[in-house]
Design a protein around this ligand. Structure first.
Ligand SMILES: Cc1ncc(COP(=O)(O)O)c(C=O)c1O
Length: 380
């Protein structure tokens, strides 16, 4: 929409949202639901489970909604306390895509595993396999684990091929651990300095990476290690990797909302972005600069990416301090006044949600739902 069109329609567009105190996170429910449905349909078509990563929002109600779209494929968490919040709110199938090594935390982990219909955690080396085994033995129970393979991100994970086989056999030899399968997160193809840029590059690199995953699965199975589950996938890559026959499950997290840094991914554009940070112009120091009330405490910074204006073209969010956002309004400064509302797609949705207490769900400009970010601060 051009600025002049926006100015004419401004009172209607923001009639309801004008009552929302800012800065606030506003979710367009039509777009969010379309995104959830779209990924669920993709998963159905390609016969993979869609186990959504809830680290993005940490909201049990949204996890339940994702479960409805997938008929209960379960969810993923990145911290134990995030998982506990979901479990306390009725989610009963959780994969923890993270290593837990402290004894007291492992007591909590085993308790969670006992309580839920299904709970699986992650290991990648003897240093984290041993404490999970000891905790399970201490409580006279078994814990399901997934072996993480480093397929190129160079973060955690055992290398594919022979090292993965050796580590899988270490897991197999633990009396209180059950190996559910492997996880290979190919985030490096979607994000960071080495990311793919074109559709063809995404297709090719994801296909090659999944071939390498398949070779490891074949090696494990040829040596008597049955790999029931192969978990992969980010929001940027799930739709490419998820077409490979070795994959049983995709784990994207940001897909209900999308964000500014995902706009570089070929199949994601602004219309797919469901979440914006609504701000208010609090000052107009010059004709071409306004200041909004959304700085880095309400829009998490992401190196190399600025918040993107939604609804008005040519607004440049060019600098931020904690409570101030600097906007270059260029030639259109005459149309924007103190008190006006400006909406921005955050560069990275996960840490942005983590800054707020609530998410506001809007349909056709009318507030329909609000969610408390119950997992906010749950980093332990
Ligand atoms: C292991 C793992 N799986 C899945 C995801 C979800 O990917 P995305 O945030 O791109 O949706 C993440 C995100 O960091 C992750 O670390």
């Amino acid at each position: 929409m051009s600025l002049s069109t926006w100015t004419e329609t401004k009172p209607d567009l923001f009639e309801e949202q004008i009552n929302i105190e800012t800065p606030a996170i506003v979710v367009d429910l039509d777009v969010m639901e379309r995104n959830m449905k779209d990924y669920a349909e993709f998963a159905d078509q390609h016969d993979v489970a869609l186990r959504s990563h809830t680290k993005t929002h940490r909201i049990p109600d949204l996890a339940h909604r994702q479960e409805e779209y997938t008929d209960g494929d379960g969810v993923v968490c990145q911290t134990l306390s995030e998982a506990e919040v979901l479990a306390q709110n009725g989610i009963d199938d959780i994969y923890l895509s993270y290593m837990v090594v402290e004894e007291s935390k492992l007591d909590r982990l085993v308790a969670l595993s006992e309580k839920l219909k299904r709970f699986v955690t992650t290991v990648d080396c003897p240093g984290n396999i041993r404490p999970v085994q000891q905790a399970a033995a201490r409580h006279d129970t078994k814990v399901e684990v997934v072996l993480e393979i480093d397929i190129g991100l160079n973060r955690v994970g055992v290398k594919p091929g022979a090292p993965a086989l050796e580590m899988a056999q270490v897991v197999q030899n633990q009396p209180n651990l059950d190996l559910a399968g492997i996880m290979a997160y190919e985030g490096h193809i979607g994000y960071g300095s080495g990311k793919a840029t074109t559709e063809e590059e995404f297709e090719q690199r994801c296909a090659e990476t999944m071939d390498e995953v398949e070779a490891t699965v074949d090696l494990l199975e040829a040596n008597g290690v049955f790999v029931n589950e192969v978990k992969v996938g980010s929001t940027a890559t799930s739709k490419y990797s998820g077409t490979h026959s070795v994959v049983t499950e995709i784990n994207p997290g940001m897909y209900p909302f999308n964000d500014g840094h995902l706009l570089d991914v070929p199949h994601i554009d602004q219309d797919d972005c469901a979440l914006t940070v609504l701000s208010t112009v609090i000052s107009k120091p010059t004709d071409d600069r306004v200041i909004v009330d959304a700085g880095t405490k309400s829009i998490a910074p992401q190196p190399g990416f600025a918040p993107v204006s939604k609804g008005i073209d040519d607004l440049d969010y060019y600098n931020a301090s904690e409570e101030h956002g600097w906007i270059d309004v260029g030639l259109h400064g005459g149309s924007i006044e103190v008190g006006d509302r400006l909406a921005f797609i955050p560069p990275h949705v996960c840490p942005t949600i983590n800054l707020h207490d609530t998410l506001i769900g809007v349909r056709d400009g009318i507030v329909e739902e609000t969610w408390h970010v119950q997992g906010r601060g749950k980093v332990k």
